[in-house]
Design a protein around this ligand. Structure first.
Ligand code: NAP
Length: 272
């Protein structure tokens, strides 16, 4: 049985909370500080950001202001595409912004052609130096993962990809499971766009839960780490209130069948 404090042990023994706050498009400054503080007040112990989101410094400030200790919080940030020429400089900048001496999880944000495998080796060195506790990738397809696995013996701990019933990437999930790479679901709420889908609304009614809560729970029941984003206090609270119900096998299957390869973000399929 999972609960609000459940953590997953990654392939290098680092533990990650199964749910975190996504922060894409949360504005640096008061909006982001408030969101992170509300999240911490409501039991979140995991914050997902990226250099390109431009809000690392507010996340650092919010954590300093909160009563939660840094080592109780799991922070993910990501190396941006234009920073592959100097990952160490990029990571140092993120550390400064986040006001921390380490990042819990550092991800390659996108499988940038030609350079990604070399970058991966450099991230391995930065991890050995203690600047990050774990390294992983984002938006990698099976092809990209196979390539990286061949080039090194450091297996990514996580592949963060878009994942929801409307983009049920079953083959990728099975591949990652078989290689001990955890899948992490971004845009699990389809950026809010499918929350009015009748079939989803109907299922949610059975559990007296909201469509958003059902989408988050669906990820968790697939053993996928999930990072819903909201900048609103009530929704931040709502989105972590997903541990008092269990979606039945029948409803899980109905949700699985909503797949229509629906993406809200970028598609890495054709990246060579
Ligand atoms: N690695 C990557 O390439 C990548 C790409 C995209 C996202 N991500 C990460 O994944 C996180 C989540 O993905 P996302 O931000 O794209 O989208 P999302 O979490 O699927 O959806 C966020 C949207 O849903 C709304 N929302 C949140 N909770 C709701 C609720 N309970 N009821 C109704 N609406 C609700 C939010 O509005 P309000 O804020 O107004 O509540 C926002 O518009 C990001 O924030 C980011 O950290 C990573």
């Amino acid at each position: 049985m999972i609960n609000i404090n459940t953590k997953i042990k990654l392939n290098n023994d680092v533990k990650i909370p199964i749910i975190g706050l996504g922060t894409y498009q949360i504005k640096n400054g008061k909006e982001c500080e408030d969101a992170v503080i509300w999240a911490l007040e409501n039991g979140y112990k995991h914050i997902d950001t990226a250099t390109i989101y431009g809000n690392e410094s507010s996340i650092g400030n919010a954590i300093k202001k909160s009563r939660v200790q840094r080592d109780e919080i799991f922070i993910t940030t990501k190396l941006w595409n234009s920073d592959h020429n100097d990952p160490q400089r990029a990571l140092d900048k993120s550390l400064k912004n986040l006001r921390s001496s380490y990042i819990d999880l550092y991800l390659i944000h996108w499988p940038v052609e030609k350079v990604r495998n070399e970058t991966w080796k450099i991230l391995g060195k930065l991890m050995k130096e203690g600047k990050c506790k774990a390294i992983g990738v984002s938006n990698f397809t099976i092809k990209h993962l196979n390539e990286i696995l061949k080039s090194t013996n450091v297996v990514p701990v996580i592949n963060q990809v878009e994942f929801s019933p409307y983009l049920y990437q079953k083959d990728l999930l099975e591949f990652c499971n078989s290689r001990n790479i955890y899948l992490e679901a971004y845009s699990p709420l389809t950026k809010g766009r499918k929350l009015v889908d009748k079939k989803l609304v109907e299922i949610a009614r059975n559990y007296r839960k909201t469509p958003a809560q059902v989408l988050i729970r669906w990820c968790l029941q697939h053993n996928v780490i999930v990072i819903p984003k909201s900048s609103k206090k009530d929704r931040i609270k709502e989105n972590i209130n997903v541990f008092d119900f269990n979606i039945s096998k029948e409803h899980m299957e109905l949700l699985d069948n909503l797949n229509e390869d629906y993406r809200t973000s970028w598609d890495p399929t054709d990246i060579v």
